[in-house]
Structures are given as C-alpha cells and as structure tokens.
Unconditional design. Structure first.
Lengths: 297, 272
C-alpha cells in the first residue's frame, strides 16, 4: 500500500445478499487519472462492486472512500454509464446532454444562463460527434450513438470519476472497436479517472492502464467445503502500458499472452490459486486477509 | 383467412364494414316486419322515425324550456364526464407517481388505494346522493371514485417498471428527489396516463349514465331513462349512437395527443 492516500479506496469491503457473500474482503485503490478496468467471470460481482462505488448500494461491511470521504448515495461527483437505460427516452439528444446543467449545474459553479447551457451542450455534442443529431430522440439513434450520448451526458458534469458498466456490451464488434478508440481519445483529452467493468478481456486489456481480475475461483485457509460462504476476491491486478493508440495491438504476442494468463487466473473454475499467491504487483494494490483466510496470526 | 393472411387495404375496409352492414340489414328487416304487422310499433322504429325524433330533439327549440334538448343533455353530461375524469386523472397521476417512487408513500397509501379500488363504485352511489345531494357533485364524485383507483395503480406500475438505472443516472446528474419525480419521471409516465384514461373512459360513461339515470334533470343518461317510460326507442337508439360517437371522438383525440406530443413513447415500448 503506497503511503500517499489514494483517490479511490476500497477497504475490507464485503457485500452479501440474503447471507450469500458476493464480494469477499475486497481491497484496492485507484489513482487519479487511471483507466481501471475490472474483469471476471459472470456472476462474480463486478457490477455489484461498481454499484458500491457509485453508491447505488451500500457495502455489508467495509469502506468505500473517494478523496478520503465515505461515498453516499449516487451524486454529481460520480458519473455513470450503463449498458442500457442510461438515456431518458422522452428527451432529445441535446436535452439529454444538457440535463445535468439544467437540473442544478456543476457543483461549485455559478448558475448558467440558458444560452450558456445550450452552448456547452452543443460543444459536447461536437465532442461526441453527434452535432447534427441534437434534435433526435434516443430511439432514433444506433446503439453506439446512444452510448456516446450517455458518455457526453455524464462528462458534461465533469465528474471526479466516470464509472462504466459494460457500456459497449450490447454493440456489434465493429461499433465496439470504434467506441473503444473514441473512449481512449476522450480519456486522454479529459484526463479523467475511469472505472470500467466488462466481461470482455480483450476490451479490458486494450482500454485499461490497469486491469483488475475479480473472481470466485480461488482458495484460502478457510477450507473447501460447501459450508464455506466464499465470495469473489481480486485475484490479479496488472499495470498496463497506457499509450495504446491502435487496435493492432490486440494482435500482438504480449497482448494475447496477457489475456490467456488472465483467463487462466480468473476464469478457470479448476485453477484455484491460494489467496497468498495472487498476482497483486500493481503499486496501488493491497490485500488485508483475515486470520481465517490466511491461516496466520 | 389463416394467420398468414395479409388482407389488402380495400379488402380490410370491406371486412370492417361487413358486421355493421349485417347488423343494419337485420335491423331494417326486423323493423319492416314488425311495422307490417303493427304500423304503430315502437320497439324497432324506422330510420325515418328516428331522424324525425333527432330533428325534434336536436334542431328544434323545446317549447317548454326554450333550449335545444340534445345539445343541453350533451353539454350537461360532458361537463360531468370531463370534470370527473380530469380530477381522477390528476389525482391518480400524483398518487401513482409518489406511491411508485417513494417506498414510504407506498407503505402508507398503497393498501388504502387497493382497498378503495375493491369497493364497487355503484354500491356507494346512495351514500353519494345522501352526502352530496342530487346535484352535480354526486355524479362527478361517482365518476372520480369509479376510475381513479385503477389509473393510480396503473401509473404506480409504470413507475415501478422504469429501469432503476434511470434513478441512479438522474442522481449522478444532480437531480434532487423533487426534480427526479416531477422533471424526469412525470413526463415519462404522461403517455401512460393518457392510455389509462383512454381505457377508463368506458367505465366513466357507465358511472355517468348510471348516476344520471337515478337522479338528474338533464344529461344523456337522464334523457334515455326518461323517454324509456314512453318506449321512445326512436329517441333512445339515436342517443346511444351519439354517446358511442362521443366516446369514439374522445378516444381518437387522446390517441392523437399521444402521437403528437409523445413520439418517443410508441418507439420505446409503449402501445400505439
């Protein structure tokens, strides 16, 4: 654990539904400006982790801190983009993008006039390359365009962190790749912190400056019987080169090797690493096992 | 005629007209037969008798009151219907929205609304006449009581069905709870309200006519039940057709409001 308190901290977080543990003692932190992707097998609790960060759910135990402040219910400091339902169907594209400014504006900024709001929303439409679609309704746009609106809608509020839940999961492969490049560009321009959940390993490795693997396939000193109520843990945490500009990298040897390695570590139900052996070399990674988990005092 | 049939435009219209034409033919035939037996038959009046009755009711000033009876009846009934339905829609919108959105309001009011909705409205009509008198109020309240619970429950369901993601998203855009309810949710359920009102109009007419039949001095329902005493089918039948027509026009209007003001609704999952 680095000495500098980090931007986003998840400390000893548990989440259980009706007694069934989903997230099991999760620890990690994220630095400002990081593009942090989270992968894991389906049902491992990726989206639950994301909802804890955005505040849509509260942890059963543990703390989620953003700039040393415990996070509360969803607020203006944390933007979100879902796979679907991010847009308001009754508003035009322009109104969807300007909604946050019209509702109450950015925190700490002076009140904006209608004209200023209009101008800023139009500028955002250009940034997300939808300038000529401002007067359309969301249902008139393609899936990729809808997600660009959803991103613009969040970005206009300049959130401290942008949280994304499988945002490109419903798109066809070509659109998906376009959107990945689009998001990379935006991320570089805006210097934003992104927390990005996906089940697509290639996507996670391509986009992220860091990739966190969340998995329920591991073992520890609590034993292996059915009585052990074990949830998912972070089983691997990689730092990635953050200067990727072309999708050609997806064909490179290192890239495919990394993906194969992650697939084995995180997605193979028969490959059970002990909690001590997790690959947590990322400088922002840390692990605080309980006595029962580690078998040590 | 199987499930793969795709009737053309003209053929579709022909098919639609067919049952009406059949009904008309059967009626005319039966009327003709009865009149052949008894020229003074009142049960199945001839078209000419009905037009004469309409002419008398609609286009001649009544000698006693100096007004056009059918116009008077229509205005009286429409006033009650529109006020009753309007109040019901407004109440149901606010109730349904808050019950659907806020768990506390849901806990406090949902069982109550469900209870009210189980009361057969006509069974409380005597209470209404006793407590509100036989004037306008009792009739309006009957329509209101008759249709607001159903619309409330429909609106509540519509709010429930909104994706939870929207609530989260709205909060991350800085929406207060008040803004969430009235600027984000309310406009989205307006089309659903219109749909629910469209479906409730039939019941609203039922309650209106029932109330008018029992105690009123004007109104379409009042007239039908008044002239029933003289077996005046030549008035009753045109009145029934007129009421049907009014209902049709209101439905058509609401459908068009929907299409003009909520173009996104049909496309994002609502009915056309």
């Amino acid at each position: 654990m680095s000495s500098q308190p980090s931007f986003l901290q998840i400390i000893d977080v548990y989440k259980a539904y009706n007694g069934k543990v989903i997230l099991d003692n999760i620890d990690f932190q994220v630095s400002r400006g990081e593009f942090c992707t989270v992968v894991g097998p389906s049902g491992c609790g990726k989206s639950t982790l994301l909802r804890l960060i955005v505040g849509a759910e509260i942890p059963t135990a543990g703390r989620v801190l953003l700039e040393q402040q415990s996070v509360g219910p969803p607020d203006i400091h944390r933007g979100i983009v879902f796979q679907k339902y991010s847009l308001f169907p009754h508003l035009t594209v322009l109104d969807n993008v300007s909604l946050g400014l019209r509702l109450g504006g950015r925190p700490g900024s002076k009140e904006m006039s209608g004209k200023e709001i209009q101008e800023e929303a139009t500028a955002m439409l250009e940034k997300i390359r939808l300038a000529e679609h401002g007067n359309k309704y969301p249902h008139e746009l393609s899936g990729g365009m809808q997600q660009r609106v959803a991103i613009g809608q969040s970005l206009i509020m300049k959130p401290k962190i942008l949280v994304m839940d499988e945002p490109f999961g419903a798109l066809d492969p070509d659109t998906r790749e376009d959107m990945q490049l689009f998001l990379m560009e935006l991320w570089e321009q805006e210097k934003m912190t992104v927390f990005f959940v996906t089940h697509d390993l290639a996507e996670a490795a391509f986009l992220g400056t860091r990739i966190i693997v969340l998995s329920q396939f591991y073992t520890d000193d609590r034993g292996n019987g059915g009585q052990v109520n074990r949830g998912a843990k972070i089983t691997a945490d990689y730092q990635l080169p953050d200067t990727v500009s072309s999708t050609a990298v997806k064909q490179s040897k290192e890239f495919t090797e990394l993906i194969d390695c992650i697939r084995r570590e995180g997605f193979d139900p028969d490959f059970l690493q002990h909690a001590h052996e997790f690959n947590l070399k990322h400088p922002d990674s840390f692990q605080t096992l309980t006595r029962e988990e580690s078998g040590r005092d | 005629m199987g499930i793969h049939a795709r009737p053309g435009k003209v053929f579709s219209i022909l098919l639609a007209v067919l049952p009406f034409a059949l009904l008309l033919i059967v009626y005319l035939g039966a009327s003709e037969i009865r009149h052949r037996d008894n020229p003074a038959d009142k049960l199945l009046p001839k078209i000419s008798q009905m037009t004469a009755a309409v002419k008398h009711m609609a286009f001649e000033k009544n000698r006693r009151t100096g007004s056009y009876l059918m116009l008077n009846d229509t205005l009286a009934s429409m006033k009650r219907l529109l006020i009753g339905t309007g109040l019901a829609a407004l109440t149901a919108l606010l109730l349904g929205l808050n019950i659907g959105l806020f768990p506390g309001v849901n806990a406090a009011l949902n069982p109550f609304v469900t209870f009210i909705s189980m009361i057969p409205p006509l069974s409380v009509l005597p209470i209404l006449f006793i407590s509100f008198g036989v004037d306008e109020a009792a009739k309006i309240v009957l329509i209101f009581l008759g249709i607001f619970p159903l619309i409330t429950r429909d609106i509540r369901l519509a709010v429930y069905k909104l994706p939870r993601e929207q609530l989260t998203k709205a909060a991350t855009l800085g929406a207060s709870q008040f803004q969430l309810a009235y600027r984000i949710i309310l406009p989205q359920i307006m089309p659903r309200l219109i749909e629910a009102v469209r479906l409730s109009l039939g019941s609203a007419w039922l309650f209106l006519i029932a109330a008018e039949a029992i105690a009123a001095s004007s109104g379409l329902g009042y007239r039908i039940f008044l002239v029933r005493r003289y077996l005046a089918m030549d008035v009753i039948l045109p009145y029934v057709l007129w009421i049907t027509f009014l209902g049709f026009v209101m439905d058509w209007l609401l459908r068009h409001i929907m299409r003009c003001f909520y173009p996104w609704y049909a496309a994002s999952g609502g009915t056309k």
